[in-house]
Design a protein around this ligand. Structure first.
Ligand SMILES: [Zn+2]
Length: 415
């Protein structure tokens, strides 16, 4: 076997294509192995529409970046014909080593996709010596194709939440299938309003799903979301995620702390002490001391914090009946604490919100799904932000969320 045959074999070139020429261009750094492919004279080519074998109408040179040949870059150039089909006219033929419109071979793209599964896109782009913009185009193509195959016919439980691509900007709403333990993200879309729920409904229909079969939905207390759900999924039992209830009070405690700080000097570690204790985080010695000082000093921040902590007691209720009773007690007791204390206004507003959505909050005790999956979204968002760093916008952020957490089964197999 000659070296040319070995190279042709490695490239997977099959008739009518054959290796015509190979040359190592040492004028460039890194060196480039230039490979030229051509079709046998008089060969017939498949019409890209119907597959009929047609004569070549004319030819044009195209070049693709291929996998490195040892330490050298590698480019493939071929004279690609246009077919002359009696039915479909003159069209550019497809080549077996690259997809239409791409400047890379399929093997190069496959290697790129394997890398971006493991590392940030920017790092993968540097490794493959292409711009991250071009790599994003590859990733977006394969993720979009993988999404086409998502089957939502079995979707019965839905949860969604919004997040920002950058702090305070470019919101994205992410929908998860509560029935999927692995890769639960089935839809992500720009925005955070009612139109996202409508967009999901259309996506669900387009992927074999039935909106009227969605029995349960878990979300936060955003009025826009709740109104949209009532309209688009009227039969679904909506429950408010407990995580968002806690978040509501965590923010209120922080507001009280900021307001009170203007009137009274407060221990420096107070901020993290009151925020962390809620999440069950372990306090440092300083933070524990700050918390004790807040309590001893009769600070209203401490009163707000105690109200928030009391939520744990509600959360631990073993039945719907017990939860209903505990929530009633919690609201009554907390109301007494905040009454006629303007500094505790933020907590009073949080209590109003809970009161208003009381039924939806209690729904969690009858829901068959755990809240853990929605909470897990936060770490997913963080990972997606990190992996899309450098070239992050709403579109690349969404693509990365899908790549990390959507069930894109045929992403690599079908290449
Ligand atoms: Zn045709």
């Amino acid at each position: 076997m000659e070296s040319r045959d070995i190279l042709a074999l490695g490239l997977g070139v099959t008739p009518p294509w054959r290796l015509a020429d190979q040359r190592l261009d040492t004028d460039r750094s890194p060196h480039v192995l230039e490979i030229r492919l051509e079709a046998e004279r008089g060969a017939m080519f498949a019409c890209p529409v119907c597959g009929r074998a047609c004569k070549a109408h004319d030819f044009k040179d195209f070049t693709w970046r291929h996998l490195n040949f040892f330490q050298h870059h590698c480019r493939i150039t071929a004279r690609v014909p246009r077919t002359d089909c009696p039915e479909h006219g003159v069209r550019r033929a497809q080549v077996p080593w690259a997809r239409e419109g791409s400047g890379f071979t399929l093997l190069f793209e496959q290697a790129a996709m394997a890398l971006v599964r493991e590392m940030p896109v920017l790092a993968a782009a540097r490794y493959m010596a292409i711009t991250d913009k071009r790599l994003w185009r590859i990733v977006e193509y394969y993720v979009a194709r993988g999404l086409e195959g998502i089957d939502l016919s079995g979707l019965r439980g839905l949860a969604f939440d919004e997040t920002a691509s950058r702090r305070g900007h470019n919101y994205v709403t992410v929908f998860i299938d509560m029935g999927r333990a692995e890769r639960p993200v089935v839809f992500a879309t720009p925005g955070k309003g009612k139109q996202t729920v409508r967009a999901f409904k259309a996506f669900l229909r387009a992927h074999g799903g039935r909106p009227d079969r969605v029995a349960q939905v878990v979300c936060d207390m955003s009025p826009a979301f709740l109104a949209a759900l009532a309209r688009e999924f009227p039969q679904a039992a909506v429950s408010v995620d407990w995580f968002h209830v806690v978040q509501l009070f965590t923010r209120a405690v922080d507001e009280v702390r900021k307001a009170e700080r203007r009137h009274a000097p407060m221990p420096a570690a107070a901020r993290w002490a009151v925020l962390k204790a809620a999440d069950g985080g372990r306090l440092t010695h300083k933070q524990a001391a700050a918390l004790a000082e807040l309590e001893a000093g009769d600070f209203l921040t401490a009163a707000a914090w105690r109200i928030k902590e009391k939520l744990r007691w509600v959360r631990r209720a073993a039945s719907l009946q017990a939860a209903r009773w505990r929530l009633t007690c919690f609201l009554r007791h907390a109301r007494e604490q905040v009454a006629e204390e303007p500094l505790l206004d933020a907590v009073a507003r949080a209590l109003d919100t809970v009161e208003k959505h009381r039924t939806l909050i209690l729904q969690r005790w009858t829901s068959t799904y755990s809240n853990a999956r929605l909470e897990g979204l936060n770490s997913l968002f963080q990972a997606a932000r990190a992996r899309a760093r450098g070239y992050r916008n709403t579109a690349t952020f969404i693509t990365m969320i899908y790549l990390i957490a959507a069930p894109l089964a045929d992403l690599f197999n079908s290449i």
